[in-house]
Design a protein around this ligand. Structure first.
Ligand code: F6P
Length: 472
C-alpha cells in the first residue's frame, strides 16, 4: 500500500539515518531526558536545522528511544522509528548488527579474513530479510512525511535499499544518498551473494544523486555498477569531502572542562615528555592494535625514546553487542598493558589508554599532541585527522594512513603510512617525533586550512542544492 503524504505535516527537506541527532534515557523517576549526539554525521547534518519544514527520520536505538516513541515524545524536526514495533522483535538488531555492522561494514573496509569469513548461509539470509524490512520501514515513513517534490537525503550503508524503495512509493521526490564509509573495489564487493550485491547497487541507483567522501570511493562504486549491472543508469554521482567544523572546535576546545582535562593529562604524561595521541571508536578498521605494535617497535628500535615519549590512546568502545568488536576491544587493552609491563618504569607509563568516551578529554589531547597517529586500514574520511590540526596548541605532526579518505586532502603535509606495515609506521613515528617545531607549526597551519575547506554546513547545503538545483 502506498502511504498517503500527510498534507499538514509535510516536510520539504528530509534526512534519513540510522543514528539520529538525539537519544533518550529513562531516569529513576521514570522521566525521559534527551541528549544531543556527536560525531561527523550529526555535525554535518545539523545544518538541516536551518532549513524550514525540515525533518530528520532516524531509528529508535535503545530502550529510552523506544519509550519516547511509545509516549509520543519527540524533539522538534525529528521523527524516531521503532522498527521492531511495526516489523517484529529483533528486526533492528539483525539489520544493524547482522548486516550493516558485520557484513556491509566488513565489505567496504575490507576486513574479512579467510578461511573463516565471510559466511553467507541461512543466518545471513534471515538477517538480510530484516535489513529489507528495516529499509522498507524508513522508505514508508519518508513517503508519508514528504511534501510533494521534497528533497530526501538518505545516509549511509544502513539504508542502501531506501532510495529504490522510496522511488517506487513516491516518484515525485528528489532523492539523494550519501555514503560515509569507503566503497569496496568491485573484486571485493563481489564477495557478497550475487542477488544481494545487485540489490544494494540497484537500491542506491534509485536515487537521483549519490554522494561519496572521496573520488576513490565514488570510482569504486561506479566500477561495481559497470561490472555487475552494466552501468549507473543515469544516476548522478558527486564527491563531497566533509571537513572539520573550525568555529565549533576552536570555541569548544577552549572551555573550562577542556582546560581541566589538559592539566590532568599533562600530569599523567609527566614533565618534558613528547606525546603521540590517537582517538578512535574501538573497531577493527581503525587498526589500533597495529598502531600499538608500531609504538612498541619504536621503543625497541629507538631506545632513546624510552622515558621520553608517552602514547596517549583513547579507544572508545563501540558496537559492543557484537563479539568481534568486543574481542577487539579486549585485544587493545591487552596489548597496551603488555607494552606497559615490558617497558614501563616507576616514573613512566609508556601507554596511557582511556576507554570512557569523553569529548572534552579528546579535545585536550588534540591540543597537547606532538604527534597524531591515524592509521586506519580503510576509512571513509577520518575526522580526527582533520580536527587535530585545527585545535593543536603548538603544532602537531600527523602520521596518516594512505587508506583514509582524509589522505586525499592532507597528503602533502602528513607523513604517509601503509597501515599494515608496522616497521614503516615505527619509522614514521620516529620522524614525526623528531620534526623541527617550526616545520611542525607550518605544516599544521596548512593541514588546518585543508581540513576546514568544506565545513559541515556547506557540505550539507552543497548536496541539497545539487539535488534541488538550488544555489551552488
Ligand atoms: O562511518 C560511518 C558511520 O556511520 C559514521 O557516520 C558514524 O560516526 C559511525 O559510523 C558510527 O557508527 P555507529 O552508529 O554504529 O556507532
Amino acid at each position: 500500500m502506498v502511504p498517503e503524504p500527510r498534507s499538514s505535516a509535510a516536510a520539504q527537506v528530509l534526512v534519513a539515518s540510522n543514528r539520529g541527532p538525539v537519544s533518550y534515557s529513562v531516569g529513576e523517576d521514570g522521566e525521559l531526558s534527551a541528549k544531543r549526539g556527536g560525531g561527523g554525521l550529526v555535525s554535518g547534518l545539523s545544518a538541516i536545522g536551518d532549513e524550514a519544514d525540515a525533518l530528520w527520520v532516524c531509528a529508535a536505538l535503545g530502550e529510552g528511544d523506544r519509550e519516547a516513541v511509545r509516549r509520543g515524545v519527540a524533539e522538534p524536526g525529528v521523527r524516531m522509528l521503532d522498527v521492531d514495533a511495526g516489523a517484529g522483535e529483533g528486526v533492528h538488531a539483525a539489520a544493524y548488527n547482522g548486516i550493516a555492522n558485520s557484513v556491509l561494514w566488513f565489505v567496504h573496509h575490507m576486513l574479512y579474513q579467510t578461511p573463516l569469513e565471510p559466511v553467507f548461509g541461512p543466518e545471513f539470509r534471515a538477517q538480510w530479510a530484516a535489513y529489507e524490512q528495516y529499509n522498507r520501514a524508513f522508505a514508508e515513513a519518508l513517503a508519508a512525511e514528504a511534501a510533494p517534490g521534497a528533497a530526501v537525503l538518505v545516509q549511509d550503508y544502513h539504508l542502501t535499499l531506501v532510495p529504490g524503495m522510496l522511488r517506487e512509493l513516491r516518484d515525485d521526490l528528489r532523492i539523494g544518498h550519501f555514503s560515509h564509509t569507503p566503497w569496496a573495489p568491485a573484486d571485493y564487493f563481489r564477495m557478497l551473494p550475487d542477488d544481494v550485491a545487485e540489490q544494494v547497487l540497484r537500491g542506491m541507483l534509485g536515487a537521483d544523486r549519490l554522494g561519496f567522501l572521496t573520488g576513490r570511493w565514488a570510482d569504486n562504486f561506479t566500477e561495481c555498477c559497470v561490472r555487475l549491472l552494466g552501468g549507473t543508469s543515469g544516476t548522478r554521482i558527486g564527491v563531497h569531502g566533509l571537513g572539520a567544523d573550525a568555529d565549533f572546535l576552536r570555541e569548544r576546545s577552549r572551555r573550562d572542562d577542556v582546560e581541566e582535562r589538559l592539566r590532568a593529562l599533562r600530569e599523567q604524561i609527566g614533565e618534558g615528555r613528547k606525546t603521540i595521541v590517537r582517538v578512535d571508536r574501538t573497531e577493527l578498521s581503525k587498526n589500533i592494535v597495529r598502531g600499538l605494535h608500531a609504538y612498541r617497535q619504536l621503543l625497541v628500535d629507538r631506545p632513546e625514546w624510552r622515558e621520553r615519549v608517552v602514547h596517549v590512546a583513547f579507544a572508545y568502545p563501540s558496537r559492543q553487542d557484537l563479539a568481534v568488536y568486543r574481542d577487539y576491544t579486549a585485544e587493545v587493552s591487552r596489548v597496551a598493558a603488555a607494552i606497559n609491563s615490558e617497558f614501563g618504569t616507576e616514573g613512566w607509563t609508556p601507554v596511557v589508554l582511556h576507554v570512557e568516551d569523553d569529548f572534552a578529554r579528546s579535545l585536550a589531547a588534540y591540543r597537547l599532541a606532538d604527534v597524531a597517529l591515524v592509521n586506519p586500514i580503510r576509512d571513509g574520511m577520518n575526522l580526527v585527522a582533520k580536527e587535530v590540526p585545527v585545535v593543536s596548541d603548538e603544532g602537531c605532526a600527523l602520521v596518516l594512513s594512505r587508506e583514509a579518505g582524509a589522505y586525499e586532502e592532507l597528503a602533502e603535509d602528513a607523513i604517509a603510512v601503509n597501515p599494515y606495515d608496522i616497521s614503516a609506521t615505527a619509522v614514521a613515528l620516529h620522524s614525526a617525533l623528531g620534526m623541527a617545531p617550526e616545520e611542525r607549526a607550518e605544516r599544521t597551519k596548512r593541514l588546518a586550512a585543508a581540513a576546514t575547506a568544506l565545513p559541515p554546513t556547506q557540505w550539507f547545503l552543497d548536496q541539497l542544492h545539487a539535488l534541488t538545483g538550488g544555489p551552488s
